[in-house]
Design a protein around this ligand. Structure first.
Ligand code: PLP
Length: 468
């Protein structure tokens, strides 16, 4: 199967090309023209990896061995045989814990196997990946490419804009083929610096002279979306057993939710996909009012930073599937130029066929954290507002709470956190939770950042580092 550009379906590439060069000609995203059909129930008895292989096979991208190798990366998750954990809360509510990988965030679910693919595809070339992170993508990307021979990774994060643990996770990986920059500014600044570098011809040329090609590992890369379809389908089969279920998803860039939508289109028994947001409720507005309005909006800082997003990139793939390439291009250009678009009534209706959306502010999230018998992180907490006692629901849980101790302390004890390690241990003792020793060991690292960089310095700093 070939992948097509969301803004012009005549631009077609194969899977390898879409992975290596995810930035399509007209600014769109590579995406399937049509989703293949997959009868997951038929494979209900398979283990996760074999189920995943069957699902991927239905795309007909070729090279089964390659995907088998990619899926082997799940063997370093908590349970060697299954990267996810399906936790039953009651007869109607389940939690799909997607954070049992090396960096304790669901980003590992896609970035671990994606790393294997990119390594295989870069055997005869050298690749530079740059990422901007508000906390989870950075550690997961660095970890995925640790010790890769032909791939270098540069990761930028806003100094003070991530949790302390997340910054430590990145500092711990700042060596060899991996480089970490703490920058002055917020996540949007980091993201803009990244976007400008990715399209700057002069920068690319200088990289080429040094023998490097530029690629991207963010969730616009279809190679990540592929692995995000599987766990939704698998959970729907294991829990629904043929009956319909709803999936509730804490959303930002819409990669996770898009995975659930693709699973549904492929044949999973998913009824409603419920999009949970924090106070940055741009997706709630889109799915309830049919409007995307960035005018006079600025990013609010919340206790769920990975969802502090105003431009949700993967919406574009949903539009392509629902409205086609011409309308998608029109809408995305309106958003870029006018900072606003409004869907037609029938278009909004088409979105509502599959999606519900709502948002949850920090206070409400904290009350859900406090009420729960198990520990849930502030991102997952946005989902509980959607609970419906009459329907079987699966909440996609995106991070381990251990990465957000200060917010957990506020929610559970209504006080400020003074010593993060001490409070982490206190909470884990109270809830009988076993903290990974790798995570605890991070507290022994020095978190003294030697330097914070101006955005304008980054380009030269990257080139200098590559030359070394
Ligand atoms: C990335 C992330 C999200 C948002 O996922 P999208 O696929 O971007 O919608 C939610 N929660 C956590 C913890 C994340 O790291």
């Amino acid at each position: 199967m070939l992948l097509v550009e969301s803004r012009n379906a005549n631009n077609q590439v194969d899977f390898k090309e879409a992975i290596l060069h995810p930035n399509a000609k007209e600014g769109g995203l590579y995406t399937p023209l049509e989703l293949p059909q997959f009868d997951g129930l038929k494979y209900a008895d398979l283990n996760y990896k074999d189920f995943a292989l069957e699902l991927i096979k239905s795309f007909d991208f070729g090279s089964e061995e390659l995907f088998e190798k990619a899926l082997q990366s799940y063997e370093n998750f908590d349970d060697k045989f299954c990267p996810i954990f399906l936790r039953k809360i009651d007869d109607k509510l389940f939690i799909n814990e997607l954070y049992h990988g090396p960096t304790r965030a669901f980003k590992d679910m896609a970035l671990q196997p994606f790393g294997v693919l990119l390594r295989e595809f870069s055997k005869d070339k050298k690749i530079l990946i740059i990422c901007a992170t508000s906390g989870d993508t950075g550690p997961a990307t660095l970890k995925s490419f640790e010790n890769s021979k032909n791939i270098k990774v540069v990761c930028m994060y806003p100094q003070g804009g991530t949790s302390a643990i997340q910054a430590l996770q990145m500092r711990a990986l700042d060596r060899g083929n991996l480089k970490v920059f703490a920058i002055k500014g917020n996540f949007d600044d980091a993201q803009n610096t990244l976007k400008n570098l990715l399209i700057k011809a002069e920068f690319k040329e200088k990289l080429n002279q040094l023998g490097y090609e530029l690629s991207a590992a963010n969730s616009v890369n279809f190679g990540r979306i592929l692995f995000q379809i599987i766990y939704h389908y698998y959970a729907a089969v294991k829990i629904g057993k043929g009956e319909e279920i709803d999936i509730i998803i804490p959303s930002g860039n819409f990669g996770n939710a898009l995975g659930a939508y693709y699973a549904k289109k492929m044949g999973a028994n998913i009824a409603r996909i419920k999009i949970a947001s924090n106070a940055n409720n741009i997706l709630t507005e889109l799915f309830t009012k049919g409007e995307y309005d960035l005018r006079n909006k600025s990013l609010k800082k919340t206790i769920s930073p990975a969802m502090d997003i105003l431009v949700s990139s993967n919406i574009e793939r949903l539009f392509f599937d629902k409205f086609g390439d011409k309308r998608t291009k029109e809408l995305m250009l309106l958003l870029k130029n006018e900072k606003y678009f409004s869907l037609q009534k029938c278009e909004l209706k088409a979105l509502k066929e599959d999606f519900d959306a709502d948002f949850c502010d920090d206070d409400l999230c904290m009350s859900f954290i406090k009420q729960n018998k198990i520990l849930i992180d502030p991102h997952t907490a946005t989902c509980f507002k959607f609970q419906d006692k009459n329907r079987t629901s699966i909440i996609a849980s995106t991070a381990e709470w251990t990465k957000f101790t200060p917010s957990m302390v506020k929610a559970l004890y209504d006080r400020e956190c003074k010593d993060e390690k001490e409070d982490l241990l206190k909470i884990s003792k109270q809830y009988n939770f076993e903290v990974k020793k790798e995570l605890l060991a991070l507290f022994d690292l020095e978190n003294q950042v030697s330097r914070t960089y101006e955005m304008s310095e980054i380009e030269n700093k990257i080139l200098e580092w590559i030359k070394q």
